[in-house]
Design a binder for this molecule. Structure first.
Ligand SMILES: C[S@@+](CC[C@H](N)C(=O)[O-])C[C@H]1O[C@@H](n2cnc3c(N)ncnc32)[C@H](O)[C@@H]1O
Length: 262
């Protein structure tokens, strides 16, 4: 069977089927963590909101949601599902490293979040710092930014493999992701995702290759020092357990930072 080369974000439904599993847990975490760390309010910004799985969930919980994404297919999908649910969100096409708030979208957000390593799509230190500065500028004083990403093990040899299987209605999606060794000099790692989609007995394959910027704990701390308007508050991991804060170090892979606008 031929494998189609395609950006998997051009097929939002398949992305959504795979990632939707964690949505409720992530939304619970965001709401509880905001309260735990002294936040308040119900206005949030989601940079790179993708298929809108979290935008939908948070809008359904009474949040005033704003979000943007660089992929037009993702934004169209997100807008449609939110309208279908009878909910509202301000969603637009934009880039994390250069976004601006459109007319009619007020800043001073109570919360912003960018989970599941999305931030690593910013390939340079300048773009990463610029994104943080722009998020900070959109938050009110005391507003919180939740940033979740995988740290890189620079000593790992050989590719790493993850596999997920998920279903919705008549569609089954099998997702295999390979991550190759990080290049210490360029701070980039190569990834490949293969989706096997079976819908009503018919199967097709699609493949996406892309790169992530790599971070050790020290490299992440170094980046944060460049954006003093966001102060480090706490760190958790992808178990989303608020009773188990972690040190920001290289002893585990999935870090979830809580940053506060000063
Ligand atoms: C892993 S998905 C995350 C989507 C959503 N935040 C979620 O949690 O499901 C990554 C998203 O980032 C978007 N993206 C990648 N690079 C971007 C950039 N530089 N600016 C804006 N969006 C970007 C992709 O189009 C994709 O929708």
């Amino acid at each position: 069977m031929a494998t189609e080369q395609r950006d998997w974000y051009d097929t939002p439904l398949y992305y959504d089927i795979i990632f939707d599993d964690g949505t409720k847990q992530e939304a619970d975490f965001l709401e509880s963590a905001l309260v735990k760390h002294g936040g308040k309010g119900k206005r949030l910004l989601e940079p790179a909101c993708g298929s809108g799985r979290l935008a939908l969930e948070m809008a359904g919980r009474g949040w005033e949601v704003s979000g943007f994404d660089g992929n037009a297919h993702m934004i169209a999908f997100a807008k449609e599902r939110i309208a279908k649910a009878g909910l509202k969100a301000a969603l637009w096409e934009d880039w994390m490293q250069s976004f601006t708030l459109p007319k009619g979208v007020r800043g001073s957000f109570d919360m912003a979040h960018c989970l599941v390593s999305t931030f690593k799509y910013l390939h340079t230190e300048n773009d990463a710092a610029e994104c943080l500065r722009r998020v900070a500028a959109c938050l009110r004083k005391g507003g919180l930014f939740f940033l979740g990403l995988h740290l890189t093990d620079y000593d790992r040899s050989g590719p790493e493999h993850e596999r997920w299987v998920a279903r919705r209605g008549s569609i089954e999606v099998v997702c295999n992701t390979h991550t190759w060794e990080a290049d210490r000099k360029t701070r980039l790692e190569d990834l490949r995702t293969r989706l096997k989609i079976t819908d009503s007995g018919r199967t097709h394959l699609q493949e996406t290759r892309w790169q992530f910027r790599t971070y050790s704990a020290a490299q992440l701390k170094n980046l944060l020092r460049k954006v003093p308007e966001l102060e480090f508050v706490e760190c958790y991991d992808f178990t989303y357990d608020l009773t188990e804060p972690r040190k920001l170090d290289d002893s585990y892979a999935d870090v979830l930072l809580v940053l506060r606008k000063v």
